[in-house]
Design a protein around this ligand. Structure first.
Ligand SMILES: O=C(O)CCC(=O)C(=O)O
Ligand SMILES: [Fe+2]
Length: 352
């Protein structure tokens, strides 16, 4: 009998070297019973993270017309800027501004190809004169977060009794696109009273294996829903990343790692904005994939019920068509892009 979690475990990557069995046992517990954990002693330096934070605030401080030049509405990839209130989670507007980016890839979709291929394409960069180091720093963060995600996915495999590369080999295509975001959550005193406090509504991270999140300043706001439905704070802890499971991994390991629901509340009045930077380590979208074998002994440890306030958008579709599932989730978050580039699909799936 395990009691429900009331805090998020902190995993120390040094332990993975000094006492690997202990590390894997702690990781296994976090995967099955929490779905979230912090990692400390990773290889991303504080100096780099400080530079990334400066550029993040620098981007959001640009004049609105500059940010709007990179608006998502210019591209079917859902990469680029979203003005505050553009994104919708659980049918409600999120009070956050964001800039979505990915490893740089050209568009390859053409008429007749599977529609989800339109998600892949180049970034929409802000003008170089405003933030000269922006592109290089953002892409460097992307590389470093991806390396950490790969390492953690190997440990996740081992913690679930698999070969280290068992998940990556089957579920990740070398060179595929992985998405990430810079996010700004304004404090409530810079919102209208009717906006409420939903920075981002209750959700599970869709289609990915792992999320690696950097909380760029130390304001609270991120909350994680435990299995009985209570909201548990995940405060910023210096020099750590917060890691959580996406619905891709949950499906691919028979639910033994839980894609835990989470949300963000806007900062209290007078606190100023909260900034965060998630990287989503994606799973392949190009074909239907069967889950891996997990031992019966481990499967008996699976939580019996997990209460969630998340909408489970289109989750049943994942097993059949992960690409379409990923696309529909993007579309339902950004209705303007959806209406412009995917009008028929929007009608078909009631995304209006
Ligand atoms: O900003 C955060 O702390 C969490 C962001 C998040 O959950 C998301 O963008 O999926
Ligand atoms: Fe999330």
């Amino acid at each position: 009998m395990t009691t429900d979690f009331t805090s998020i475990p902190i995993l120390d990557l040094f332990l993975a070297h000094s006492d690997k069995p202990k590390f894997l046992a702690e990781l296994q517990h976090a995967l099955i019973h929490v779905g979230f954990f912090y990692v400390k002693n990773h290889s991303v330096t504080p100096v780099f993270l400080e530079q990334l934070t400066q550029l993040t605030t620098g981007f959001f401080d640009l004049p609105l017309e500059e940010k709007l030049k990179t608006d998502k509405i210019h591209s079917p990839t859902f990469l680029g800027y979203s003005i505050q209130g553009n994104e919708i989670t659980k049918n409600k507007k999120d009070n956050r501004e964001q800039y979505d980016f990915a490893n740089e890839l050209p568009s390859s979709w053409e008429e007749g190809h599977p529609i989800y291929e339109r998600l892949t394409g180049p970034n929409l960069w802000p003008d170089n004169t405003h933030l000269p180091d922006f592109r290089e720093t953002i892409l460097s963060f992307h590389e470093q977060a991806k390396s950490l995600a790969e390492l953690l996915t190997q440990y996740v495999a081992e913690a679930l009794g698999l070969e280290p590369n068992a998940l990556i080999e089957r579920f990740v295509v070398p060179g595929q696109q992985h998405r990430a975001k810079l996010i700004k959550y304004p404090a409530v005193d810079s919102l209208a009273p009717e906006d409420g406090t939903q920075g981002v509504g209750p959700h599970r991270d869709t289609a990915s294996l792992l999320t690696i999140l950097y909380q760029a300043n130390d304001l609270p706001g991120l909350q994680v829903q435990n299995h009985s439905g209570e909201w548990i704070d995940a405060p910023a802890i210096a020099d750590t990343f917060v890691v959580n499971i996406g619905t891709g991994l949950e499906y691919l390991v028979h639910g033994i790692a839980v894609a835990t629901t989470h949300r963000v509340l806007n900062p209290h009045a007078g606190k100023g904005p909260r900034y965060s930077i998630p990287f989503f380590y994606g799973a392949r979208l190009d074909k239907k994939i069967a889950p891996v074998e997990i031992s019966d002994e481990l499967l008996t440890k699976k939580p019996v019920t997990v209460v969630t306030d998340s909408g489970h958008q289109f989750f049943k579709m994942y097993a059949e068509n992960p690409g379409l599932y990923a696309l529909l989730n993007r579309m339902s978050s950004h209705r303007d892009v959806s209406a412009k580039f995917y009008p028929e699909l929007s009608r078909e799936h009631g995304i209006i």
